[in-house]
Design a protein around this ligand. Structure first.
Ligand code: AKG
Length: 241
């Protein structure tokens, strides 16, 4: 969606998050949201930021997610700053829901904070969004290749994106983020929304494989605590919108 969000607001958020990241020096998280590898950073709940919160609850963004998803009421679930250094490695093929401890569909907003040329935007295996999760489960490159050949065509990349543009993708579509072949850092926000009424679930049906197990556990414990399994996604950081 072109120019859905205010560029100045995004620029201010970018500056603030980058300052916080370097101040906190938490290091790389190798299983940060959705496989961002070399330099991905996962922003923990303790570093939740008011400006980011304003962005996640921004009516343009929320309305867009509702339009795409057809849902009446949604809640922000989590967000990450997705960082790729110049020449940084790609994010491998994945389904977002393998990484999320929830029992129903998610919708991720991918929000570039820097210009992203078309060879670096996300790439989707479109047909896979409609597959039942058990049928689109694939472990290892061969299984994935077969799946993509059988069901996933066409494979399509997003066009060039600028700050203000937003991509919204459903949680079971297979996709990847290409390597950063530019000379510039690439920052993006990944924000996952869920339907109001979603429950926390460490082993979601059809998405309970090993790929995202560590991330599911970490997210559940960090954002919701030890006793959260089975509870509704709720609380001040996950308002009903
Ligand atoms: O930022 C990237 O390159 C990958 C992000 C991604 O795959 C996602 O937001 O689901």
């Amino acid at each position: 969606m072109p120019q859905l969000l205010n560029r100045e607001h995004l620029a201010a958020i970018k500056l603030k998050l980058l300052r916080r990241n370097s101040a906190n020096e938490q290091g790389s998280d190798h299983e940060a949201l959705l496989g961002i590898q070399a330099d991905g950073q996962h922003l923990s709940a303790s570093r939740f930021d008011d400006d980011v919160f304003d962005l996640l609850t921004n009516s343009s963004l929320v309305d867009a997610v509702k339009r795409v998803s057809g849902l009446d009421a949604i809640r922000p679930f989590q967000f990450d700053l997705l960082t790729k250094a110049p020449g940084g490695a790609g994010t491998p093929w994945h389904r977002d829901r393998d990484f999320l401890p929830i029992d129903s569909q998610s919708y991720t907003c991918w929000i570039p904070l820097d210009p992203v040329p078309d060879q670096c935007t996300l790439v989707y295996a479109e047909g896979t969004a409609k597959l039942p999760p058990e049928q689109s489960y694939a472990v290892g490159p061969n299984a994935l290749q077969q799946l993509l050949e059988r069901h996933g065509k066409p494979i399509r990349a997003l066009p060039e994106m600028l700050p203000g543009d937003v991509d919204i993708h459903q949680g079971q579509v297979w996709h990847y983020g290409p390597a950063n072949t530019t000379r510039n850092w690439r920052q993006a926000l990944g924000v996952a929304f869920v339907e109001d009424g979603t429950r926390l679930c460490m082993h979601p049906q059809g998405f309970s494989g090993p790929a995202g197990a560590q991330m599911r556990t970490k997210t559940l414990l960090t954002l919701f605590g030890k006793q959260a399994e089975g509870q509704f996604v709720t609380g001040p950081r996950h308002p009903r919108l």
